[in-house]
Design a protein around this ligand. Structure first.
Ligand SMILES: Cc1cc2nc3c(=O)[nH]c(=O)nc-3n(C[C@H](O)[C@H](O)[C@H](O)COP(=O)(O)OP(=O)(O)OC[C@H]3O[C@@H](n4cnc5c(N)ncnc54)[C@H](O)[C@@H]3O)c2cc1C
Length: 224
């Protein structure tokens, strides 16, 4: 796809009342994990970027989306029905989780739907997992695909606003402080809320991690 076109909806799969997965038909669409597309709202004018969550060899395109109350685009995407079409841009992006090229070790850090590009990576390259993956959510139900993630990787899950029996109660910052940094050639990929990304960046740099090894993709400007 070299210019914006329309993709057919396969389904909208809800993980909880706020977070859903949008499945779209894939038609001659090449991308790399970390790429986004712009998905357009009802008027075909306003758009927002969304990270691909599917693997590069999967037959369909998948997106993991938080529905924002009063939002312009995400509520529109949430009400789509199978067979509808949605306007979508070609893929773009610079965030390249796990693809540092030098085979150095790497770590993922995500909040909320910021896990999406890491799911794209794991679905694409299951044979080369990160050393660790930190995943912070507000409610336990916000954490998607946890059994599958635990099979794939060393998952460090933190839930900030409720107690869950299979997760740390608090923020992922509590967890990484005990386990990081890893050796100096480790790359860190951070995605999700700006607050987590800023905190992790400052903390990692304070531990001597080179800024060139810290890769960031900010989805939202809000407090977790
Ligand atoms: C590179 C990139 C990739 C992205 N990928 C994804 C993705 O894979 N999945 C995903 O769900 N989102 C992703 N986003 C966020 C997405 O682009 C939209 O910003 C989001 O869906 C809200 O759009 P909206 O039109 O529904 O709401 P808007 O009309 O843009 O906003 C409605 C209101 O909600 C506020 N708001 C927005 N986000 C939050 C929040 N988290 N908490 C509190 N208030 C908020 C806004 O400030 C505004 O006041 C990505 C953003 C970027 C920059």
């Amino acid at each position: 796809m070299s210019e914006a076109g329309r993709a057919r909806v396969i389904k909208v799969q809800w993980h909880n009342p706020d977070v859903f997965e949008l499945w779209l038909e894939r038609d001659n669409f090449d991308f790399v994990p970390g790429d986004c597309v712009a998905l357009f709202g009802s008027d075909g004018q306003g758009s927002r970027p969304y990270s691909l969550a599917s693997g590069i060899h999967d037959p369909e395109l998948r997106f993991l989306i938080r529905q924002m109350e009063d939002g312009e685009v995400s509520p529109y995407l949430a009400q789509l029905q199978p067979g509808d079409t949605v306007k979508m841009s070609p893929p773009f992006g610079w965030f390249r989780p796990g693809q540092n090229g030098d085979r150095a070790p790497f770590v993922f850090m995500a909040t909320g739907t910021g896990i999406a590009p890491f799911m794209a990576y794991l679905r694409s390259y299951p044979d080369r997992p990160p050393q660790q993956c930190y995943y912070g959510v507000r409610q336990r139900a916000d954490a998607v695909a946890v059994p599958w993630l635990r099979e794939q990787i060393d998952l460090r899950l933190a839930v900030s606003r409720e107690v869950a029996d299979d997760a740390h109660h608090g923020r992922i910052a509590d967890l990484w402080a005990d386990s990081l940094p890893l050796p100096s050639d480790t790359d860190y990929y951070l995605c999700g809320l700006d607050a987590m990304i800023d905190e992790a960046t400052v903390w990692l740099q304070g531990q001597g991690v080179d800024i060139a090894r810290i890769h960031r993709e900010c989805f939202f400007n809000a407090e977790l």
